[in-house]
Design a protein around this ligand. Sequence first.
Ligand SMILES: Nc1ncnc2c1ncn2[C@@H]1O[C@H](COP(=O)(O)OP(=O)(O)OP(=O)(O)O)[C@@H](O)[C@H]1O
Ligand SMILES: [Mg+2]
Length: 162
Amino acid sequence: MNKTIIAHDADEMEEIGVDLARELEDGMLVSLVGPLGAGKTTLTKGIAKGLLVTDVVVSASYLLERDYQGRLVLHHLDAYRIGSLAEFAEVGLDRLLPPEEGVTVVEWPERVDGIVERSDFLVRIEFLDGGARRVEITRASTRPRPPRPHSAGSDRPRAGSL
Ligand SMILES: Nc1ncnc2c1ncn2[C@@H]1O[C@H](COP(=O)(O)OP(=O)(O)OP(=O)(O)O)[C@@H](O)[C@H]1O
Ligand SMILES: [Mg+2]
């Protein structure tokens, strides 16, 4: 699923999130890259809606992370004030990058080296003239998945995948 969509208003932005939520599975990491006020939280609200979260999603800026229960748990992170993965580790949030359970959506991932690179979906939002936004969604199919904890023989090399 690689595509570029124009969102003319906040409702259309949310709809993009609803659509994206259909693609999400346990253990996935979604990076939302875009300038201040681009619509990252609005898109996250749509993802939450698509995941059948009933709580109201608010900005994660001040708490760094909020969890919402839906079809999958949604972990909403904001890396704006974080300088490195080590800092995320200090507050115990590196376990969500990617999460073992649920999906993680990160605003400002580009401020911390390594987050965008390990994402399953990269969403780039740009302002267009007139206030609309261009939203480009890229699916990374090549991120190495961590070994599954319960898979037989995971402690020795195996031929083939899975
Ligand atoms: N596609 C859009 N077109 C016009 N307005 C939008 C669009 N998407 C979101 N908005 C509006 O832009 C404002 C900022 O949105 P939002 O808070 O989602 O941005 P953000 O990227 O999360 O900001 P921040 O960088 O502060 O975290 C809100 O008023 C929202 O309703
Ligand atoms: Mg935001």
